[in-house]
Design a protein around this ligand. Sequence first.
Ligand code: PMP
Length: 396
Amino acid sequence: LFRSVEMAPGDPILGLTEAYVADTRAEKVNLGVGIYYDEQGRIPLLDTVREVEQSLAAKGLPRGYIPIDGLPAYTKATQRLLFGADSSLLEAGRVATSQTIGGSGALRVGADLLKRVLPKAKIAISNPSWENHRVVFASAGFEVEDYRYYDPATHGLDFAGLLEDLGKLESGTVVLLHACCHNPTGVDLDTAQWKQVVELVKERQLLPFIDIAYQGFDQGTDADAQAIRLFADSGIEAFVVASSYSKSFSLYGERVGALSVVGASKEEAVRVQSMVKRVIRANYSSPSTHGGSLVAGVLGSDELRGRWEAELGAMRTRIHALRDGLVERLAAHGREFGFIREQAGMFSYSGLSKAQVDRLREEYAIYAIGTGRICVAALNQNNLDRVAAAVAAVTA
Ligand code: PMP
């Protein structure tokens, strides 16, 4: 039966990590990852998460199924975090939110839902985008186009190209937008640019699909949700948000995400939710309990929520400091990388070429993605000097 099955291509990022693990050089550094590491090079376990986990363990609860669309305490808290506690859309009952298997599950459930509702619609994603965006939407049957986004000449946004490309999309096209901390480039829109995009999307009757996987990693939970808030205030009838707590709660393997679909009315949102539940049922039946309970436990207590915001704030502050540290050290070597300070979140398109990335790996045991993407959150005070010196050497 499986004789004709060909070997599927490996994931390039996971392949890089395998090579890193096999590397015996003690000074090795892996900047190819998509995870926030702390100063000790570990994935943090947040204190607030640990506390909720311990109190849950002490209760020894039974392990029944949770509802298809997740824990109500989780979805309610998620809505408030995304749309704001005083959101008029929430007040009007226009948002249908489901707990999903990570942000990836939200993307897939959202894609399947839209395929049912708009069978002929295409989707446009940024060039470049997180590789899985194309894969998920193509697997759900979408034709995937791209819109211009990154300008290698400035290491910043090609805003004119973005507007021109969005302006040419057929009405009804789904547009995938990264709310903040764009993966892989780290290049984001500012408030004025978001306002222009919201106007254009409205005028062209496009359907915004906002992916927010790094809320709180740049400026804070409210500021990083500005795209959602602007769309919410725009009068646009419908849009979709896929969100993830993998990074903001450091709960990667617990697979905690959510899909929020905004409809024109409460009644519409109720019907949409019934359809989302069918999609989930057909995919994986219901989400998992543990991660959702941890997030709901933290966000459901004012005291824990405040402390979580502080823990998240510490991760964000450290990322900014690492960006500054890298830029300053490179400047000391006579290299101008000031744009790394302007980019946001865990990732930076460093501008390093494939050949330079190969040299970093072969000569310096520093691993980065061939596109030049580096994970700033994998830097620390121990490896910054070495990384800066090596980058200076390969860019000589
Ligand atoms: N969207 C983007 C832009 C991401 O970078 C990621 C995670 N790397 C996800 C979605 C998916 O997140 P999760 O791990 O929660 O599935």
